[in-house]
Write a protein that binds this ligand. Structure first.
Ligand code: A4P
Ligand code: MG
Length: 181
């Protein structure tokens, strides 16, 4: 069965755009998987465990939609392999990173294991996930939370755009080459 996986990409170290584009290529090259769409890259303030920190290097964030026949755990292994290929080091939680790939949603599936939680437990409160997701899937729904458009509107009306978008929309690459319609 083919599922639609929503993957959030983030980078705040090195050549961020080159890393993100390379990661998109690697996602599309995963077995039994193809990229359906990729958002533009959004410049966002780093969110640390102590809150937003404008003194940290700025992130580029985006979202890719992936049609896949992998199961969610196989896909997570693939995401970790791609992160490692791009020099990801794990020093501190929410620390600076060359590449972070988070599985935000996997169809309407809900998983709560030590290794993997889907939907991603913090996605519903993150402007830097919801805004690019909405761009590529205007009718998106986050299982257990509702329409992404409503979540984003609520977040912005409360002024709580955690790690919020400060330069969204530039560098649009839109529909990925070779993506299925
Ligand atoms: N894991 C469980 N569920 C998932 C999932 N749905 N997707 C496990 C991906 N991984 C999942 O992740 C730690 C472990 O979470 C993994 O081993 C996996 O089995 P990690 O990538 O090693 O560490 P992390 O990313 O530092 O931790 P965490 O808690 O996942 O962080 P978040 O929530 O991903 O936040 N600020 C801006 N502006 N933009 C960002 O993209 N990202 C983060 C990371 C912090 N601040 C940010 C951004
Ligand atoms: Mg992560």
């Amino acid at each position: 069965m083919t599922a639609l996986a929503v993957i959030a990409l983030g980078s705040n170290l090195g050549d961020r755009e080159a890393t993100l584009l390379s990661a998109v290529g690697a996602l599309g090259a995963l077995p039994e998987s193809s990229i359906r769409a990729v958002s533009s890259w959004h410049g966002t303030v780093a969110l640390t465990v102590d809150g937003p920190d404008p003194d940290k290097p700025e992130y580029l964030n985006g979202v890719a939609l992936l049609d896949t026949r992998l199961d969610p755990f196989q896909l997570l292994d693939g995401l970790h392999a791609i992160e490692n290929l791009h020099g990801r080091e794990r020093a501190e939680r929410w620390g600076d990173r060359t590449l972070d790939l988070d599985l935000i949603a996997f169809g309407a599936l809900e998983i709560d294991s030590d290794q993997l939680q889907v939907p991603h437990p913090r996605a519903h409160e993150r402007d830097f996930v919801l805004a690019p997701w909405l761009e590529v899937q205007p009718d998106a729904e986050l299982a257990g939370h509702g329409p992404v458009a409503d979540l984003l509107a609520g977040l912005r009306s409360r002024g709580g755009a955690a790690g919020g978008d400060d330069a969204g929309g530039e560098d649009a690459i839109g529909e990925a080459a070779g993506a299925p319609a």
